[in-house]
Write a protein that binds this ligand. Structure first.
Ligand code: PMP
Length: 380
C-alpha cells in the first residue's frame, strides 16, 4: 500500500516511536501520579519528559501547562467550553473543521454564545495578513471574547498568519485558540510570539505519536473551567479539581504508552526540523500538481497554495469513486468532505466533496508517479 493520508493520521510511525511505546508497555507502565512506587514514578517521569519536549517545541516556558488529551478534538472542546461564558461572542474562520465548528454551533444553538465567521480569502491569490486582520476587526463586538481558527487547513495548503492574528487578539483582549491539527510538526509555532491562549495539537499526525495522544497547551496565565472531573492522584481529599495545571485538566489515567511514543515523535520532529518536513511534502505535492494538471478532466483546488495537502477531483467522476478506485490500486487517500463542510463550501467543491492527498516524510516521488498512473487509468 502507498499511504497518502497523513492529514488524517501519520503512517507509518518512526521506529523510535513504536520501540518506546513497546518498551513502556514492557518495562515501566505503572499509573503515573498514582502512588509512589517505582513503576508509577518512572511512568510519571516519562510523562513529564514529554510535557517538556512539547512545551519547548511550541515556544512555551511552562511544561506544566501542557495537558494531555486523547486527540485534537478533545483539546478544542476543553479550550472552547472551558474558556467561554454565557453571552460571549466568538469569531471563527471560513475554513474550520467540525472539531471547531460543531462545539461552537451547539453552544450557539443552545443560546449560550453567538458567533461570526470571518473570510480568509483562500481563493484569492493575493490574500495578505492585513486583509484577513481587517476582516476580523470588522466583526469584533464588545461581547467578542474568543477567536478560534485552524492554523493550517485540512483540505488545502492554506495557513493563517498567526503572529498578526495573535497580536490583534492581544490588542482586543480576546482568547486566541489555535487548532494546530494540520500544522504541528509541519510549521514552526511559537505560543509566546503568536500570543496563543490555547494550542490544540494532535499527537497522532505531524508529531508522529500513536493514536490516543493529543495535547492542549495553555498560554501563560490562562486558566479554564474543567470539562472533566475525577481522580488526579493529587489533593484527593478535596471535592474540587486542583487549581494547578496540568492536574486540574487531566482527570483519570493518562495513556502512558501513547505519550511515551509521542515523546519520541516530538524528538523526531525536532531532529528533522519542521521546515525540512514541510519542504519535503511541498516538493512532492508540487510535482504531483504539475503531473495531475497535465491530464485532462482534472480540477486542483487552490493550485496557488502548494504545501502539505493537495485537493483534486476528476471531473465527472465522484470523489468517492476515485478514492475507492485508488484504494483498489493500493493507494490510500481520503475522499469526501473531510469533516470540513465550511471549508468545502468556501472552496466550492461539488456534491460529494473532493479527493485529498497528504504525503508525509516516508513518501517519495515514485509514490506520486503511482498515484498519477492510477488516476490516468480512472480517467480512461
Ligand atoms: N482540526 C483539523 C483542521 C483537522 O484536520 C482534524 C483532523 N482531521 C481535527 C481538527 C481533529 O483532529 P483529531 O482527529 O486529532 O481529533
Amino acid at each position: 500500500m502507498i499511504y497518502l493520508d497523513n492529514a488524517a493520521t501519520s503512517f507509518p510511525k518512526p521506529p523510535s516511536v513504536t520501540a518506546e511505546q513497546t518498551r513502556c508497555m514492557r518495562e515501566y507502565c505503572g499509573n503515573p501520579g498514582r502512588g509512589s512506587h517505582e513503576l508509577a514514578l518512572r511512568a510519571a517521569e516519562k510523562i513529564y519528559e514529554c510535557r517538556e519536549e512539547a512545551a519547548s517545541l511550541f515556544g512555551s516556558n511552562h511544561p506544566e501547562n501542557t495537558v494531555f488529551t486523547m486527540n485534537t478534538t478533545i483539546a478544542l472542546n476543553m479550550a472552547i467550553k472551558g474558556l467561554l461564558r454565557r453571552g460571549d461572542h466568538v469569531l471563527l474562520s471560513d475554513m474550520e473543521h467540525n472539531a471547531v465548528f460543531r462545539p461552537i454551533y451547539r453552544l450557539a444553538k443552545n443560546g449560550e454564545i453567538s458567533y461570526d465567521i470571518f473570510p480568509t480569502h483562500v481563493l484569492d491569490t493575493a490574500a495578505k495578513a492585513e486583509i484577513i486582520c481587517h476582516e476580523i476587526e470588522k466583526r469584533i463586538t464588545p461581547r467578542t471574547r474568543m477567536l478560534i481558527c485552524a492554523h493550517s487547513s485540512n483540505i488545502c495548503s492554506s495557513s493563517l498568519p498567526l503572529k498578526e492574528i495573535g497580536a490583534l487578539c492581544r490588542r482586543n483582549r480576546l482568547f486566541f485558540v489555535v487548532d494546530a491539527a494540520q500544522s504541528a510538526g509541519h510549521h514552526s509555532i511559537d505560543m509566546q510570539q503568536m500570543a496563543i491562549s490555547a494550542l490544540c495539537v494532535p499527537g497522532h499526525k505531524g508529531l508522529f505519536g500513536p493514536q490516543g495522544s493529543g495535547i492542549l497547551l495553555f498560554g501563560e496565565g490562562i486558566k479554564a473551567e474543567t470539562l472533566f472531573e475525577g481522580g488526579s492522584g493529587y489533593q484527593s481529599l478535596e471535592g474540587n479539581m486542583p487549581e494547578e495545571a496540568p492536574e486540574r485538566y487531566e482527570a483519570g489515567t493518562l495513556p502512558t504508552p501513547a505519550i511515551s511514543g509521542l515523546c519520541e515523535g516530538i524528538r523526531t520532529v525536532k531532529k528533522l526540523g519542521t521546515e525540512r518536513i514541510f519542504q519535503h511534502e511541498k516538493l512532492l505535492n508540487a510535482y504531483l500538481q504539475e503531473r495531475l494538471l497535465a491530464l485532462p478532466k482534472i480540477t486542483v483546488y487552490t493550485p496557488h497554495l502548494i504545501g502539505s495537502v493537495l485537493l483534486f477531483n476528476v471531473n465527472g467522476i465522484s470523489a468517492d469513486q476515485v478514492g475507492n478506485e485508488l484504494n483498489e490500486n493500493g493507494i490510500c487517500v481520503r475522499a469526501g468532505y473531510h469533516c470540513a463542510a465550511l471549508g468545502h463550501a468556501t472552496l466550492g467543491t461539488p456534491t460529494g466533496g473532493a479527493v485529498r492527498v497528504s504525503p508525509g516524510i516516508y513518501n517519495t516521488f515514485s509514490h506520486m508517479d503511482a498515484l498519477v498512473d492510477a488516476v490516468k487509468r480512472i480517467i480512461q
